[in-house]
Design a protein around this ligand. Structure first.
Ligand SMILES: *Cc1c(COP(=O)(O)O)cnc(C)c1O
Length: 373
């Protein structure tokens, strides 16, 4: 029986990739701002409809260095959400800033904009919201709040590659938006990431920060890191970008199959995409209400695993519950806690076959039927 995982990395054919990397074996220019990264950057600026973009070796360092590039007040507080991947909070903490957790809203699991202002103190320097599952935050309200209190905004847009909001590329919101190109994401460069921004000055700073803070051969201005994307990563990106539209289309089809099958089933809350967003269909989260369907999230996972189907609990545990944060975080986030205990993300990737989707659907519906009181 084939194992069905929550995701599967999109790859070009072997021939397409080897063709793309052929000239690297002639030039021996395999990292440090070579031809492939220059090409990929150009293509992404166009595809993502953003003014400026910088490539990184992974999304996490892109986020960490973005916060460093903004030169925020030392020991400042950054308002963020705990319903995310550890990377978001780590990027704050590793910059010697303090994460302050705001709860999420129940509709699309992004930051609850009505709760942000209560958390603002004279130490607050920035807001770091997450477009979780590719659901776009209330960017207008966040912009208003940021202006009112003179705060920077950095979006963790790791899940939002290629999406538009009201017809505009989502990377244009806030001061900086970070996208992840990890193997598990909608678009991958094996490992990789990018940040989008408006201010060309930020581009200059990031360019140095991702290369040890080096200004020129004899001057090093800042304590930077090493976070450059290499040429083999960029070549993978160039190949994967060619098929991204058809890949997102396949994902859309699968999401529609799931939606049709689960529509109206008691106890399953499905993800709703806003009409303002052109989605990339990156994840298929389902929130399970035990009271309504007689089944817990964990029971359903066990049942799926019996059939060799491996969904994931994105995002559980909540970041405020992790060992490295549990003792230092004081804010309570009851909505996020409740969702994290009940959410399940089902397998979703472009190569997932229709019969595999049917199998997943049937296992779930049969199990719910058998447990009905
Ligand atoms: C994947 C992910 C990251 C980190 O990106 P990497 O490319 O894996 O370093 C950050 N935030 C969120 C929400 C993610 O899902």
């Amino acid at each position: 029986m084939n194992r069905i995982n929550v995701t599967k990395a999109t790859m070009p054919t072997f021939e397409e990739y080897t063709e793309e990397i052929k000239d690297l074996f002639e030039s021996h220019w395999i990292t440090n701002h070579g031809k492939k990264t220059i090409t990929l950057k150009k293509q992404l600026i166009e595809y993502m409809q953003v003014p400026e973009l910088a490539l990184f070796t992974n999304g996490h360092l892109a986020l960490e260095l973005s916060l460093q590039a903004l030169n925020l007040k030392k020991e400042g507080e950054v308002i963020t959400t705990p319903f995310t991947f550890a990377s978001t909070t780590h990027a704050i903490t590793r910059n010697h800033l303090t994460p302050v957790f705001c709860d999420i809203n129940e509709d699309n699991y992004t930051i609850d904009v009505d709760k942000i202002e209560d958390l603002i103190t004279d130490k607050t320097v920035a807001i770091l919201p997450v477009h979780v599952y590719g659901n776009i935050c209330d960017v207008e309200r966040i912009e208003e709040i940021a202006q009112k209190y003179d705060l920077k905004v950095v979006y963790d847009a790791a899940h939002a590659f290629g999406e538009t909001y009201k017809g505009r590329g989502v990377g244009i919101f806030g001061d900086i938006s970070m996208f992840s190109f990890h193997a598990t994401k909608v678009f991958n460069t094996i490992e990789g990431g990018a940040v989008c921004f408006h201010d060309p000055e930020i581009g200059g700073i990031l360019k140095r920060l991702k290369n040890f803070g080096i200004r020129d051969e004899e001057r090093v201005d800042w304590v930077g890191s090493n976070a450059k994307m290499n040429e083999f990563q960029a070549a993978m990106g160039i190949c994967n970008l060619k098929s991204i539209d058809s890949s997102i289309k396949s994902r859309k089809k699968i999401v529609e199959l799931y939606n049709r099958a689960f529509f109206g089933i008691k106890g399953l809350k499905l993800n709703v995409t806003s009409e303002d967003v052109v989605s990339n269909y990156s994840y298929y989260p389902v929130v399970i209400d035990e009271k309504a369907c007689g089944v817990t999230r964990n029971q359903l996972i066990k049942e799926l695993q019996k059939h060799n189907i491996f969904p994931r609990k994105y995002f559980y545990p909540l970041i405020n519950e992790l060992d490295c944060y549990r003792n230092s975080i004081k804010e309570e986030t009851p909505v996020a806690l409740n969702i994290s205990k009940r959410v399940l993300t089902l397998p979703l990737y472009s190569e997932l076959k229709e019969e595999e989707v049917s199998k997943i659907v049937n296992v779930i519906l049969d199990y719910l039927d058998s447990q009905e009181k």
